[in-house]
Design a protein around this ligand. Sequence first.
Ligand code: PHE
Length: 339
Amino acid sequence: MEEKIALYLKEIAAFSADNLEQLEAFRIKFLSKKGLVPALFADFKEVAPEDRKVMGQRLNELKTAVQEKIVSLKDQLDSKVETTGNKQDVTLPSQSTLGSRHPLSIVRNEIIDIFSRIGFTVSEGPEIEDDFHNFTALNFPEEHPARDMQDTFFIEKDPDLALRTHTSSVQVRVMEHSQPPLRTISPGRVFRNEAISARAHCIFHQVEGLYVDEGVSFTDLKQTLLYFARELFSENTKIRFRPSYFPFTEPSAEMDVSCNICGGEGCNICKYTGWVEILGCGMVDPNVLEACNIDSKKYTGFAFGMGIERITMLKYQVNDLRLFFENDVRFLNQFKPAR
Ligand code: PHE
């Protein structure tokens, strides 16, 4: 019997189980009614009385060894199930790639930042706009071509509503609710019924600017936009104004910046002129101030509006505007901030 016990103890110490089935087989082998341990207890009757004390201790030792082995192996197997059940190893280095800001958002934020440094607030208005805010208050004559179906997306159910064709509508919304001094920029989406090409899209983004106060002059407009162009492109950027026409500004102008690609030498981006147009601007027409209940005898103002796509194309040398809307990660990844 002593030999058997020694043999079993060795076997128990060496045993390991890969799964609960193996452990159960082990338990049955030793502890079930017909198992090895009860068999030894049955043999105990035959043991000589003088040996019983020692042999009894040995038998109990064996039984405890089996029981302890089962408990410890069960613990091990349970914790193994927990970790394999939860497939994530939180200690592994991250495999997921970080996203990046859309180039249009990067440039919009930069524009907001530049103007907020000189006291401009940010204001917003609705994308579905009524005729008054998009056209009438902005001094568009009844027969103006921009009101035409060809340019404007109207809302079928209500002929008074359309998708705003420019962010100038936000000028009206700001002025009708507050009195000068006003200094605000309005970034947002605008919509025009245009064929989609490398240079045009039916949805694009603008930033509007408006400054109304006593004594605001064209000089203020020029100096503000010069500051803006130098902050956005580079210190050496030059600007020039060309006379233009908008119903809501008088006088009106288009502003060009010296081409930031060739520095004014001439390249295909600036069509070998050294200049690229980036915005429309002018002095707010007194009719617009009056339509918004602002005293045009007391106050003057300037306004400007720029396309974010166009500026982003220039700044990052993107040659097709459609890339901004395709969400191809190979394109977007290039705008990750350097780390
Ligand atoms: N709203 C004009 C456009 O969309 C831009 C503009 C804004 C011009 C403000 C003058 C003043 O083209």
